[in-house]
Write a protein that binds this ligand. Structure first.
Ligand SMILES: [Mg+2]
Length: 356
């Protein structure tokens, strides 16, 4: 039996309250509710994987990811994590719609495997960069709060702020203006989370111009399956357009490239899993689309895995991996050195996080 064979699997919920509710166009979150899978190998190495579902985005929630992970348990016992692609392909065939749960299994296998071979995950993925810089998100709050948050983030060292929009154009413009007043030196990106119709998105862009606002990116202006609507927005936009919710799979990435509806693809491991995210990145690069990486509301474990992914592959022009948990409340510790706004990778093997 290989030393990298899985001999034990444990599955548990992870609940962390947020200090402030987080509001975007498609809902409000009050807590981080994820699931943790832990695999222990014959060689004693332990690998961790997190599933961070967001029901309004990927149709999964904490209960469904826990159920899916429990369904995978028997299958995983006795499998060799060195065969992570084979295992991942099998699970995709069975649980094709449960991508967030599958991502956790892939994460745990890759964490355990790279620990076993003594490599940090980002080195295993190619080691292109050893640090990345993230933006920070200002969610849908009052203009006064947005101004205050922006000023605090700029003082911490963040140079790019992402502003959630897509609920009400007039209020969105007021909030963007408030952010630019609070942090005049920061660049801004906008994320509508599918909140606009194509015409509303174009009106919104006109309003931005009128107020002399020049964001560097406009993410997912319209509903995810309306690629022609997104193309219409892109054709009338003075800002690059990013596809986020429109791209879950490598096939989605090809459709976005064919439709010519975006300049950037936002990869999130929780939308595609890690193995398919590698294909999406390859498709985006080949189609001359820029790469972005984002996250759901995740603990340090999921976030750290995305940091390894982006640094290992390199070339991510937009990094949106901002932590939303107070580190004192995070069930995990370690991983990359999480500075504001620079994340530095370390030589610790695997993802490098451990349970507190
Ligand atoms: Mg987004």
């Amino acid at each position: 039996m290989a030393a990298t064979t899985i001999k034990k699997v444990t599955i548990e919920p992870v609940d962390v309250p947020l200090e402030h509710p987080f509001t975007i166009a498609i809902g409000v979150q009050y807590a981080i509710k994820t699931a943790l899978i832990t695999v222990t190998l014959e060689n004693g190495v332990v690998g961790y994987g997190e599933a961070a579902p967001l029901e309004s985005i990927n149709g999964e929630n904490q209960a469904t990811v826990l159920a899916t992970l429990h369904s995978c348990k028997e299958f995983l016992l006795g499998k060799d994590v060195a065969d992570y692609r084979k295992i991942s392909r099998h699970l995709k065939g069975v649980f094709w719609a449960q991508v967030t749960a599958r991502c956790a299994v892939e994460m745990a296998m890759l964490d355990a495997f790279t620990k076993s071979v003594g490599l940090p995950l980002y080195k295993f993925l190619g080691g292109m960069e050893d640090k990345i810089e993230t933006d920070y998100t200002v969610d849908i709050v009052t203009p006064a709060m947005a101004r205050d948050n922006a000023a605090k983030l700029a003082a911490k060292g963040y140079r790019l702020l992402k502003i959630k929009v897509g609920k009400n154009i007039a209020e969105d413009i007021d909030r963007i203006l408030a952010v630019t007043q609070g942090a005049p030196a920061c660049g801004i990106t906008l994320d509508a989370n599918q909140g606009f119709s194509p015409m509303e998105a174009i009106n919104f862009l006109e309003q931005l111009k009128k107020h002399n606002l020049h964001p560097v990116l406009f993410e997912q202006p319209v509903v995810k399956h309306d690629l022609m609507g997104m193309r219409f927005v892109k054709d009338h936009s003075f800002i690059p357009i990013a596809a986020d919710e429109s791209v879950f799979t490598p096939a989605d990435a090809i459709n976005v490239a064919r439709a010519g509806c975006a300049d950037v693809i936002n990869i999130k491991l929780m939308k595609s899993g890690i193995v398919d995210a590698l294909d999406i990145a390859a498709i985006a690069r080949s189609a001359n689309l820029k790469l972005m990486i984002g996250c759901m509301l995740e603990t340090r474990l999921g976030l750290a895995c995305s940091v390894h992914f982006a640094a290992g592959l390199g070339g991510f022009g937009f990094v949106d991996l901002d932590p939303h948990i107070n580190p004192d409340h995070d069930p995990f510790t370690g991983g990359p050195d999480f500075g504001d706004p620079l994340y530095r990778l370390t030589d610790v093997p695997g993802i490098g996080v451990s349970k507190r």
